[in-house]
Design a protein around this ligand. Structure first.
Ligand SMILES: NC(=O)c1ccc[n+]([C@@H]2O[C@H](COP(=O)([O-])OP(=O)(O)OC[C@H]3O[C@@H](n4cnc5c(N)ncnc54)[C@H](OP(=O)(O)O)[C@@H]3O)[C@@H](O)[C@H]2O)c1
Length: 345
């Protein structure tokens, strides 16, 4: 186990920050904790210099207490240097359930405040909630505003919100979102949501930027890291494909939170500030948006956009993006982005 190093020195450019709309500084490169990342990888990440950690209350994917235990073993890292993000499980949507759920993250993470707390989803879906939640994301947001007023959360945000939902939140929130987290990779660039964030001064944070969301369609193979265009750019830049993808996201204004259990990947995913992609290289990645991941891996020419759920375009046309955004997000997110395509900003 490598020793945990003291706080990053000024020569450590890995922890560049972005200033959120309320003045809070957030590292642009953080460490993702989904996939049950455990203490050894977390200690490795701390030793490598990561200071932002992205976790959540959903034990379907995350272990907050494992992060709390790792942080407790890193006494040389001051709490003030860390940026800890967690997210509300959708089963706890509603004002009082949110107020009740929030301190459970503090206890598991062994801290007295969070740097960011996000609504993980705007609604329950699939088998995520045994019973319907007591309230809605709107009521949860009121709870987040109260916790923000009390100084127990430094920045507020949402995740997996459709543009229509984010627009609604922006219209009536007393404390607007500072951070929006959503899936963004070269084949799924989330342009509408990013444009909306940029227009309102909200920082966008990309999740699954290394291609993991496509695994269900590709039988586990990774069409982002194995994409021939990404490989060519990696050769040109003399960097790994993952670094090219993360650097592209950074240069397009997104913060990133890659996850890894391998020390060499953990180090590489943070070494993003000593090279830059040219405008032509950035545009080459931009051009991959919407490509069919299966076709990318098979080497066949990309198919015209064919949604994994054939009903998506018709549902979008019938107004389901607005009326039933959570359902559409889950059912139609993986390919054609039927709702995003419809959004006029
Ligand atoms: N808000 C949400 O709903 C939501 C959803 C998904 C994810 N997230 C957040 O976003 C984080 C990142 O997304 P993710 O967990 O889906 O995964 P990711 O960071 O996109 O990709 C992780 C995968 O890439 C591999 N990898 C990492 N670095 C690599 C490198 N340099 N070269 C080659 N392979 C590399 C990892 O394997 P190795 O371990 O072998 O390196 C792992 O299999 C999550 O951990 C979570 O914090 C949020």
């Amino acid at each position: 186990m490598p020793p945990v190093v003291p706080s990053s020195s000024s020569s450590d450019t890995g922890n560049r920050t972005v200033r959120l709309s309320n003045g809070v500084e957030m590292p642009t490169v953080g460490f993702g904790c989904a996939g049950y990342v455990r203490k050894p990888a977390l200690l490795e990440a701390l030793a490598a210099g990561y200071r932002l950690f992205d976790t959540a209350q959903a034990t379907e994917w995350y272990l907050e207490d494992e992060l709390g235990a790792a942080l407790a073993e890193a006494p040389h890292v001051n709490r003030s240097e860390l940026f800890l993000t967690s997210k509300l499980h959708p089963r706890d949507l509603g004002e009082q359930p949110t107020l009740d759920a929030f301190p459970r993250s503090l206890a598991r993470l062994r801290t007295t405040y969070l740097d960011a707390f996000l609504l993980h989803y705007p609604a329950c879906f699939g088998s995520l909630c045994a019973t319907p939640p007591a309230g809605t994301w709107r009521e949860s947001w009121r709870a987040l505003e109260a916790l923000y007023d009390q100084g127990r959360i430094r920045a507020l945000g949402v995740s997996n919100f459709a543009p229509s939902q984010l627009r609604e939140l922006l219209e009536w929130a007393r404390v607007g979102p500072h951070l929006v987290q959503s899936w963004m990779d070269p084949l799924h660039q989330e342009r509408a949501l990013r444009r909306l964030c940029a227009a309102h001064g909200v920082q966008f944070q990309a999740y699954s930027s290394l291609g993991t969301q496509h695994a269900g369609r590709t039988g586990g193979a990774n069409p982002v890291l194995k994409h021939p265009a990404v490989a060519a750019l990696a050769d040109e830049a003399g960097r790994a494909p993952a670094q090219v993808v993360l650097r592209w996201a950074l240069q397009r204004g997104a913060a990133v939170i890659p996850r890894s259990t391998k020390p060499r990947h953990i180090a590489a995913n943070r070494a993003l500030h000593d090279f830059a992609l040219t405008e032509a290289q950035l545009r080459a990645v931009d051009a991959l948006d919407g490509q069919d991941p299966v076709a990318v891996l098979s080497g066949l020419p990309p198919l015209p956009c064919a949604d994994e759920n054939a009903g998506c375009p018709a549902w979008a046309e019938a107004g389901e993006c607005e009326a039933n955004a959570a359902f559409m997000l889950v059912s139609c997110r993986g390919s054609c982005n039927a709702c995003e395509a419809k959004v006029e900003l």
